[in-house]
Ligand binder design. Structure first.
Ligand SMILES: CC(C)(COP(=O)(O)OP(=O)(O)OC[C@H]1O[C@@H](n2cnc3c(N)ncnc32)[C@H](O)[C@@H]1OP(=O)(O)O)[C@@H](O)C(=O)NCCC(=O)NCCS
Length: 159
């Protein structure tokens, strides 16, 4: 973790970046407190693109987050590089093998189902899935989900 603390723009307290995570342009990547990034995740920021991940998020294995792109109206394709920053709110769960495309903002408390390709912003408190990702359902309120978490912890302590 120490090497990421030195290299990244910000790593919040208790954040965990597992072995096997790849980060391009680490000085353009911020990871909030308590967030866990699993092995095999790739955060591909670039010279003018930033990736901001909020607090207490879980980013599952093999997910890719990228900021660089090109303008489809311009040839040759690689002549103009564009960077669009990606922002992920607090308490977001990104499932395994998700692809988050440049310019996407994912609202707090959202869930992105495994295998989704996220091309548009995701509103807070929603579950999205598929290619391209679409809203599957609205999630219970943040308060209700945190209360469920506390209940579950208490039940586990009793058994
Ligand atoms: C999204 C997820 C959490 C399930 O949430 P859920 O609220 O229990 O959702 P349901 O299983 O009731 O599915 C609701 C609908 O979404 C669809 N769906 C669920 N997961 C999907 C996925 N990954 N991709 C596409 N559609 C999906 C279901 O088929 C269902 O569609 P239907 O209503 O037409 O039958 C789960 O499918 C998932 O993707 N988990 C991620 C697991 C993972 O990545 N783990 C890594 C370690 S953390």
């Amino acid at each position: 973790m120490l090497r990421w603390r030195i290299r990244l723009a910000h790593v919040g307290e208790g954040a965990m970046i597992c072995p096997g995570v790849k980060i391009g342009f680490p000085k353009h990547v911020r990871v909030g407190a308590g967030t866990v990034i699993a092995g095999g995740v790739s955060c591909h920021a670039a010279s003018q693109g930033f990736i901001t991940i909020g607090e207490r998020c879980a980013i599952a294995a093999y997910t890719k987050i990228i900021t660089p792109t090109h303008d489809p109206a311009v040839l040759p394709v690689a002549s103009v590089g564009i960077n669009r920053s990606v922002t992920i709110g607090d308490d977001v769960w990104i499932g395994t093998a998700v692809l988050i495309l440049p310019g996407v903002n994912i609202g707090s408390d959202a869930i992105v189902a495994a295998g989704a390709v996220v091309t548009r912003d995701v509103p807070p408190d929603t579950l999205v899935a598929g290619v391209p990702a679409r809203i599957i359902k609205a999630l219970p309120s943040r308060e209700e989900r945190f209360a469920n978490g506390i209940k579950l912890k208490e039940q586990r302590r009793e058994h």
